[in-house]
Design a protein. Structure first.
Length: 458
């Protein structure tokens, strides 16, 4: 990069926070996307670490004037190459901006973009409050969670990140700072454009601070694991649970073959090895009576579909271990896989979709581990490595999975987003009008296309 630009960046954030050493830059070139689909990173970049919204604004103003691409980066926990720099430019790391204030009386967290999910959860708990979403990796940053509208296992009851964002501080590509909303639950001053930035994947602006809604901490929690002999029984039971009006905090579908891989990887023990498919059901309630009433409802539904006894965990450490085994399936499979998909389906179409994926397994003579958030129709399917397969063969299988999901009224992504790895599918699977609207917004807010260029056709 031009030395003149480097000097200007140093004047904005300080010499210590402009990184040009290739060895120090290396860890900023990747995220958690599987290596076979991860875009090739551009190494001709400089890493800049602002410490305030004003410094972010200064960096973006300079980049816009010089027409230098900027790649905002959070915790690097994404799975589609969203944080990978794909052109010469600036990697804008928000790691220094990690201050969080809990406004207990308002039940609001004021968190900078670099606050981790773990820190946010911990600080809320210290104040006797609860941040319900748990979108996976606790090393993820608040800014990234909002920019990708992260979901996770608890979304079935508590919703995705957009449901908790009361206000944002955003720096536009031109360096203008926009403060939208705040600590209040209701705010009708001006048109609410806040949700343009929730889920925009850093295309329209850089989130530097958020006001997030908190709730009272539940007093009682429990996790139940229910084995079933076949997939249809498990999915029917899940559907009946959702229709009962007793909405769990977490309702997951897993298959024993994938769970066993995660157990072995972690050296931990899943509570039961009966059956073929399991439902993992968690409740967090404000009284033990309410919790046990919900568990009784679930148990009575499960009895219609399985002869196996459910296993109940009420101790916090037991529940955490079960959740960890479920959460680490991806890690356990990662070395043997090409891609992890995150399609969404209408609830009524989940079984049909999975049956058709089974048919693809047979057609392609491969294993496609399937599990996920059955309560909200968000499923994860792994495309595994196969000896002798070409890139075209993997792409063909991926597109068949996507086509089935879209045909059944679903989407090709419910959590992971587009990033750099999925952008090539936008023209085929995105609604034409929706895509044109995004292009117009991009051109209006980012006329020089400096933020995450190449992710959206412009």
């Amino acid at each position: 990069m031009d030395k003149r630009v480097i000097e200007k960046l140093v004047s904005i954030v300080g010499k210590e926070w402009v990184v040009t050493d290739p060895r120090a830059i290396e860890r900023y070139l990747y995220d958690e996307a599987p290596e076979p689909i991860r875009p090739q990173p551009m190494r001709d970049v400089v890493v800049v670490k602002p410490g305030s919204t004003e410094e972010v604004a200064g960096v973006l103003k300079l980049a816009n004037e010089e027409k230098i691409p900027v790649f905002p980066r959070g915790g690097g926990t994404g799975l589609v190459g969203g944080a990978v720099p794909t052109a010469p430019g600036i990697v804008l790391s928000l790691e220094r901006m990690d201050r969080v204030v809990i406004h207990r009386e308002d039940m609001v967290a004021e968190a900078e973009a670099g606050v981790t999910l773990a820190k946010l959860t911990e600080e809320a708990e210290k104040a006797g409050l609860f941040f319900p979403p748990h979108p996976g990796d606790e090393g993820a940053f608040v800014g990234g969670l909002i920019a990708t509208n992260a979901g996770g296992a608890r979304a079935v009851r508590t919703g995705v990140m957009r449901n908790y964002v009361l206000g944002l501080e955003v720096v536009l590509p031109t360096g203008v700072v926009a403060r939208i909303g705040g600590k209040t639950i209701k705010n009708n001053l001006l048109t609410n454009v806040m949700h343009l930035f929730v889920g925009c994947e850093g295309l329209l602006g850089v989130i530097t601070k958020a006001f997030l809604r908190l709730y009272p901490k539940p007093r009682a929690s429990a996790t139940m694991v229910v084995p079933f002999d076949d997939r249809l029984s498990a999915i029917r039971a899940a559907y009946d649970i959702m229709m009962s009006g007793t909405i769990p905090m977490l309702l997951e579908y897993v298959e024993l073959s994938a769970i066993e891989r995660s157990e072995k990887h972690l050296g931990l023990q899943w509570p039961t090895h009966e059956g073929f498919a399991h439902l993992m059901i968690s409740f967090a309630e404000h009284s033990e009576d309410a919790m046990y009433l919900a568990l009784e409802t679930v148990n009575s539904i499960a009895e219609k579909y399985t002869k196996h006894e459910p296993v109940l965990a009420t101790r916090r450490d037991e529940q955490s271990e079960i959740l960890r085994i479920r959460s680490e399936i991806y890690t356990a499979l990662k070395k043997d896989m090409v891609d992890i998909l995150d399609v969404t389906l209408p609830l009524s179409k989940i079984y049909e979709f999975m049956e058709r994926v089974d048919a693809l397994e047979e057609e392609y003579k491969t294993w496609i581990p399937a599990y996920g958030h059955v309560g909200d129709g968000n499923l994860h399917l792994h495309i595994m490595k196969n000896e002798g397969w070409s890139a075209e063969r993997y792409n063909e299988l991926r597109e068949k999975v996507y086509s089935i999901a879209v045909e059944l009224g679903g989407s090709i992504t419910g959590e992971h987003g587009i990033g750099a790895a999925r952008s090539k599918y936008l023209e085929k699977y995105a609604d034409r009008g929706h895509l044109e609207l995004l292009k117009l917004l991009k051109k209006s807010l980012d006329p020089n296309n400096i933020l995450n260029p190449g992710r959206v056709p412009v």
